[in-house]
Design a protein around this ligand. Structure first.
Ligand code: GLN
Length: 285
């Protein structure tokens, strides 16, 4: 088989299931990864011979895509904040809105300390480590730790720290049962589970079927559970004037702002994502 035939076969297998631009994009991503071809090479080499082993990899990918598995899990990696991250079924696939949260933190920190202070940062529910690692990379003086309940996620997070050549300390703990945290921090950040069960009906199969439930969902009756627990821990473990940053559910900004105020946090500020949705909140002790 040649590349052109592989593409025709790939496209016809998936058409109807995904829009044609998305199929084209899947094909390019897989060709880059499995055949080591750049976009230009893919376009210029329709006659490139495809071996049996290579064909088998595409067949496998088709089966997984038919089952709505995200392409990032199929190739085992994704990009976040300009860095490469390994991902698998134990980790959420990092979202663009989380890149905005990282950007928010980095620009604030650079403004305040000009990146010259050795601050301590804790990322709660670190998953693939994307927040912790991109902060460590961009705030080289910071000592960053990441905490997660999932051993599977922490294994990937550790690999991601090595891949991106930063030192991040990873801790395994259930935040809902955590005793005191190991130290005091200048900044605590979290993108905890915040999707209510009632929101599932608007969600895509790829998320519902394949991404880890424990990273995404909360009960309809108690959507702020993680925020409450984390804020209470933050009160004890943030240094004076220490900062708390959260990614939030667009529908819960007001409730969370009221709660943080009640807990005694100051200067809380809600920030919208590029889609104009309330997506981040920052406050200080
Ligand atoms: N923004 C993510 C999504 O919609 C949810 C992330 C989270 O629950 N922390 O899939």
């Amino acid at each position: 088989m040649n590349l052109a035939a592989l593409k025709t076969n790939f496209t016809s297998n998936l058409s109807g299931l995904y829009p044609s631009e998305e199929i084209q994009s899947f094909f390019n991503i897989l060709s880059e990864k499995q055949l080591n071809l750049s976009r230009i090479e893919i376009a210029l080499n329709p006659d490139r011979t495809i071996s049996e082993a290579e064909t088998a990899k595409f067949k496998q990918a088709i089966i997984r895509l038919k089952n709505h598995e995200p392409i990032q899990y199929i190739i085992g990696e994704t990009e976040f904040y300009g860095l490469l991250f390994k991902v698998n079924k134990y980790t959420l696939i990092p979202r663009p809105e989380t890149e905005e949260l990282v950007e928010y933190i980095i620009s604030e920190q650079k403004l305040i300390t000009h990146n010259s202070q050795p601050i301590t940062i804790l990322d709660i529910g670190t998953g693939s480590g994307c927040i912790a690692i991109s902060l460590a990379k961009n705030l080289p003086k910071a000592k960053v730790s990441g905490l997660d309940i999932s051993k599977g996620a922490l294994k990937i997070a550790q690999q991601n720290a090595e891949l991106n050549k930063v030192e991040v300390e990873f801790l395994q703990a259930d935040i809902l049962k955590t005793k005191p945290l190991p130290k005091q921090y200048d900044l605590i950040v979290s993108n905890p589970p915040y999707v209510r069960e009632l929101e599932k009906k608007h969600m895509q199969q790829n998320v519902l079927k394949h991404e880890p439930d424990s990273a995404l969902y909360v009960k309809d009756e108690d959507p702020l559970l993680f925020y409450r627990v984390i804020s209470k821990l933050a009160k004890k473990h943030l240094k004076p004037k220490g900062k708390l940053f959260f990614e939030i559910n667009e529908y819960l900004a007001d409730d969370l702002t009221a709660f943080l105020k009640k807990e005694g946090f100051q200067n809380s500020e809600v920030k919208k994502d590029i889609f104009g949705k309330d997506r981040m909140i920052k406050c200080n002790k």
